[in-house]
Design a protein around this ligand. Structure first.
Ligand code: ASP
Length: 329
């Protein structure tokens, strides 16, 4: 085809598109407007109760969801008795604690940090990356260098913390890497909040799978895998063996199911079912999703029993057991 004819054809195709646009099958015609003046926060696992309390101080005073989720999950990062979030977490198989986190707001602004060492609050680094850089994600030494240049400091205490170091030394004798259902080697905090103005944000932070290969990054700092927010639809976050969430873009998939009309619980069920079907290797491993839509409906679903989440609003402050596919012990 001559160059002239090719350009002419391109022009026709362009004109055709403009005159006769494709109809989207994924966008419901009327998205229900978000609920207002009824703030709500949910987060994964029992440590979510204290994290929600941190977020609630902001939400109950009319503050915004983005500040609330940042403050909320920072409570968990600060807890040196927590073995799966922050610098109190378990190390990789070489003995280094490496942290992953991300944050996302109503308007799809996001920031993420992965493979970060020695800094107490990766969620604050993720927020600063979102606010101050043109990028979404920084990792490893570069992320640490950027953080130190931007007002963050290295922790002044021993990492891994002494009891974790002791466990690690015992683990090293056999050096067995097992990603079990149990809560000993994982338990990220993922949080979703809807503020009084009907705006949503989410945050996710973890020390990742215990005794992972050095350099391994899970789903938690990956936008679309460990966390996803769309201010038109709602948000989702995940916990458990991160490889399964990355393979399915899990949190994004949950939000897309809600966009097509699924309830938060149905959307979480769908992705758990898909993971089990496509990735039989997830047998014996926990994977859980948590979701909230813009009307303030919430739901969760997991592969195995035991996954629960904390919910706080004006009238409730409680733990809720998620539904599950299979029973573990
Ligand atoms: N999802 C985290 C990871 O794979 C771990 C967890 O949630 O427990 O790093």
């Amino acid at each position: 085809m001559s160059r002239r004819r090719f350009i002419k054809n391109l022009g026709l195709a362009g004109a055709g598109l403009a005159i006769n646009p494709l109809k989207s099958k994924t966008q419901p015609p009327n998205l229900t407007p978000p609920v207002k003046n009824n703030p709500l926060v949910i987060s994964t696992w029992i440590h979510g109760m204290e994290a929600n309390a941190g977020a609630w101080e902001i939400l109950s005073n009319g503050g915004n969801a983005l500040d609330a989720v940042q403050k909320g999950v920072a409570v968990t990062e600060n807890d040196l008795n927590n073995r799966s979030v922050g610098l109190g977490g378990r190390p990789d198989r070489d003995g280094h604690v490496t942290l992953d986190a991300c944050i996302m707001d109503h308007d799809s602004r996001c920031g993420a940090v992965a493979f970060l060492e020695e800094i107490i609050h990766p969620i604050d680094v993720a927020r600063a990356i979102m606010d101050k850089t043109p990028h979404v994600m920084l990792v490893g030494k570069g992320a640490q260098q950027w953080a130190l240049e931007n007002g963050f400091t290295k922790a002044s205490f021993q990492v891994p913390v002494p009891p974790v170091q002791k466990d690690y030394e015992e683990w090293r004798i056999k050096s067995e890497y097992k990603t079990g259902v149990n809560v000993e080697n994982h338990d990220t905090i993922g949080m979703l909040a809807l503020d009084a103005n009907g705006r949503m944000a989410g945050a996710c932070t973890t020390s990742g799978m215990a005794y992972k290969i050095r350099g391994r990054v899970g789903d938690s700092p990956i936008i679309g895998a460990g966390l996803f927010i769309d201010g038109d639809v709602g948000g989702a976050t995940a916990t458990g063996v991160g490889e399964a969430m990355i393979r399915t873009a899990g949190s994004s998939a949950v939000v897309e199911s809600m966009r097509r009309g699924a309830s938060p619980e149905e959307a979480c069920y769908d992705i758990v079912q898909r993971i089990l079907k496509k990735h039989p290797g997830v047998d014996g491993m926990q994977v859980g999703f948590l979701a909230m839509n813009m009307q303030g409906e919430t739901g969760g679903y997991s592969v195995y029993n035991g996954f629960n989440y904390a919910l706080r609003n004006k009238g409730q402050n409680e733990m809720i057991d998620a539904k599950y596919m299979r029973t573990w012990e």
